[in-house]
Design a protein around this ligand. Structure first.
Ligand code: GAL
Length: 654
């Protein structure tokens, strides 16, 4: 459990650096990330490298005993580069190009830009790769942020056509797989295929899907080109990229494959995220100052899986930020709580953004651990406390890595893309549905792993698949060979990999283990509210419902008032034929957990628990004081059972 900070020496006079470094160490910070936006200072003119300042900054920080994470500066190409190669600017879906003047103004498919990136990264890595204090390298910064994937440039078009040719081999096969006979969309050759933008109505969904798959691969290969350089020059450092919360534009499992990262790092802004995702207004209001209790946990659990067990928080909210629709000051305690929350979910490092609020330019309204006048901010004071608490506890200092959970939630990026391409109803968002299931499990006190459907699922007692568009034979084999309880949500198995309806009707191959068929589907306007009773509880379908038929030995566990099945099951597999109200999801998952032999401890509103090794943590996100559900033999290693808003405690059992 270590604490870090993001620091920008290039934004402050040199005379401050040594004092900053010393005070970081005094505060209990062990890691500092630098350099990820400093290209114009590393190379002010083409080919003229200026390393003196960075040498000095690195030596100053290392001299204070700090470990460094060095970021490659490719998220902010300097003006001379753009002037020399204007085609590096990305093209948006409407055909216009973005301008210089902020950041991320580059086309990920530009071969010119990729060459420039390999050049600057090589120069940096050659110089600093074997520095003993540089323990990790971060590529770029938040790939895809500000909607910078996809790009609709001529470079992207060329690479898309080549990607299609590799995937489909002949254009006849592509025409067949895409169903291009529909609306006379057949192509004579690969180089006749365009990008799926600027069409009068919807482009062919498989055209859109293949473009999203391509763009996802572009992000991974852009990162990979840098990693190949970095591994050569910095063989002993950890490689990482700082991913984002609730972000699905590229497939993070594919990105992380083949050792392209050693640690999954991500940037956690819980209050801003609570404000900006599709939560009911009532929840945004309730958790405006504490953040929704599951919003960070969801990505902690997701990135722990993506990192193969290892994850860091590379940027942690340290106070009010500047980019959400509303940016309130966090409730007292939250800046400390978020660090312990991340540790409880298995984080090795929590690094705050940023050391000091910058009084100029775009992020002057964004807090840090210090006010612009260098006074410790309220968040900074909380970090000092957290660091002291960790240092004072032998148990907390040496927590083992998070063990696998008993319950998995399967999250699938392609499902997100498919249901974005074909929402069918404006309110259907797959990630929001996945979050709803996750939240229900967390309210039941259950620890969760979030994993890919291709992961080895054999160790889990309960596998929850909120939805998965394509059910392939490999997944069916996993179901057949496991002894887990399985829950599949609506739209599972509704598509083939070529974005068609399966020949045997949805849920496709799932019918091998659960004989049922989906006959019709409907998206629901808010006034359409099919109602049902389940285990003595009433509720409705929101957003989405299916008319399904139970075949053979399948059982109908719950029905809508109009007679249509709501839950169909066979053996250990359940299918939920609608997006149900949240409390019905919780009731259903409580039953499934019971059937799976997973212990449930229903938690009061806003309270959450998480186990790591022998330690159980409890967090209070609610507006009222609560008791943590500690047993009578609890030995507290942090705080105590009575938790005010924003407080945390942790215990072992004697
Ligand atoms: C992140 C980004 C940082 C900073 C921060 C502000 O998305 O990586 O550079 O902009 O947001 O919250």
């Amino acid at each position: 459990m270590q604490l870090g900070v993001c620091y920008y020496p290039e934004q402050w006079p040199r005379s401050m650096w040594a004092d900053d470094a010393q005070r970081m160490a005094e505060l209990g910070i062990t890691h500092v990330r630098i350099a990820e936006f400093a290209w114009s200072r590393m190379e002010p003119r083409a080919g003229q490298y200026v390393w003196g300042w960075l040498d000095e900054a690195i030596e100053t920080l290392a001299g204070a005993g700090l470990k460094l994470v060095l970021g490659t500066p490719t998220a902010s190409p300097p003006k001379w580069l753009i002037d020399a190669h204007p085609d590096v600017l990305p093209v948006r879906a409407d055909g216009t190009r973005w301008n210089f003047g902020s950041r991320r103004h580059y086309d990920i498919s530009s071969e010119t830009y990729r060459r420039e990136c390999v050049r600057i990264v090589s120069a940096m890595a050659e110089r600093y790769g074997r520095h003993p204090s540089i323990v990790a390298w971060q590529t770029d910064n938040e790939l895809g942020c500000h909607d910078t994937v996809p790009s609709y440039s001529p470079a992207a078009l060329k690479r898309f056509q080549a990607w299609l040719e590799r995937r489909h081999e002949t254009v006849d096969r592509l025409n067949e797989a895409w169903g291009n006979v529909f609306w006379s969309m057949e192509y004579p050759s690969f180089d006749a295929i365009g990008l799926p933008n600027l069409t009068p109505t919807d482009a062919n969904p498989i055209h859109l899907l293949d473009f999203r798959r391509f763009m996802s691969d572009e992000v991974a290969s852009f990162h990979r080109e840098q990693i190949d350089v970095l591994r050569r020059f910095a063989p002993n450092a950890d490689m990482l990229h700082n991913f984002m919360g609730f972000f699905t534009t590229f497939d993070h499992y594919r990105f992380a494959a083949n050792k392209s990262i050693d640690v999954a790092a991500w940037d956690s802004y819980p209050i801003a995220r609570t404000e900006s995702i599709a939560l009911p207004e009532e929840q945004k209001a309730r958790y405006a100052r504490t953040s929704h209790p599951d919003v960070s946990a969801f990505d902690h659990d997701r990135y722990r899986g993506i990192g193969g067990g290892r994850f860091w928080v590379m940027e942690q909210q340290a106070g009010p930020v500047n980019w959400a629709p509303f940016n309130p000051v966090p409730a007292p305690g939250m800046v400390r709580l978020w660090a312990f929350e991340a540790f409880a979910h298995g984080a090795e490092l929590v690094s705050y953004f940023r050391w000091r609020q910058c009084p100029y330019a775009q992020e002057q309204m964004h807090s840090g651990l210090h006010l612009p006048n260098n006074e410790l901010s309220p968040g900074g004071i909380e970090v000092r406390r957290a660091a002291a608490e960790i240092a004072a506890s032998d148990v907390l200092k040496d927590l083992p890595a998070a063990a696998p959970a008993q319950v998995a939630v399967v999250f699938d990026y392609e499902t997100q893309w498919m249901f974005e391409i074909q929402r069918h109803g404006t309110a259907f968002d797959y990630q929001t549905l996945a979050f709803d299931y996750y939240e229900a499990l967390r309210e039941l006190g259950i620890d969760v792993d979030i994993v890919s459907a291709k992961a080895d699922l054999s160790g889990y007692k309960l596998v929850v698949v909120p939805s998965i568009a394509v059910i392939d034979d490999a997944l069916v084999r996993q179901i057949e060979s496991s002894s887990a309880q399985w829950v599949f949500g609506p739209r599972s198995g509704s598509k083939t990999g070529a974005f068609s309806i399966p020949g045997n009707l949805p849920p496709g191959a799932l019918q091998h283990v659960l004989p049922m068929q989906v006959l019709e589907v409907e998206s629901l306007r808010p006034t359409l509210q099919p109602s049902l009773w389940m285990s003595g509880e009433s509720g409705i379908a929101l957003h989405w419902r299916e008319h399904v038929r139970a075949n053979g030995e399948a059982q109908v566990e719950a029905r809508f008032a109009d007679g249509w099945p709501a839950i169909v099951s066979h053996g250990r597999v359940r299918y939920v034929a609608a997006w149900l109200t949240h409390s019905l999801h919780r009731t259903l998952l409580r039953q499934a957990a019971g059937d799976a032999g997973v212990a449930v401890q229903a938690l009061p509103e806003g309270l959450r628990t998480r186990r790591r090794g022998e330690v159980t943590f409890a967090f209070n996100f609610s507006a009222t004081t609560q008791y943590a559900p500690a047993p009578s033999n609890a030995r507290f290693v942090l705080g105590e059972a009575l938790l005010s808003t924003g407080d945390v405690c942790a215990w072992t059992e004697a």
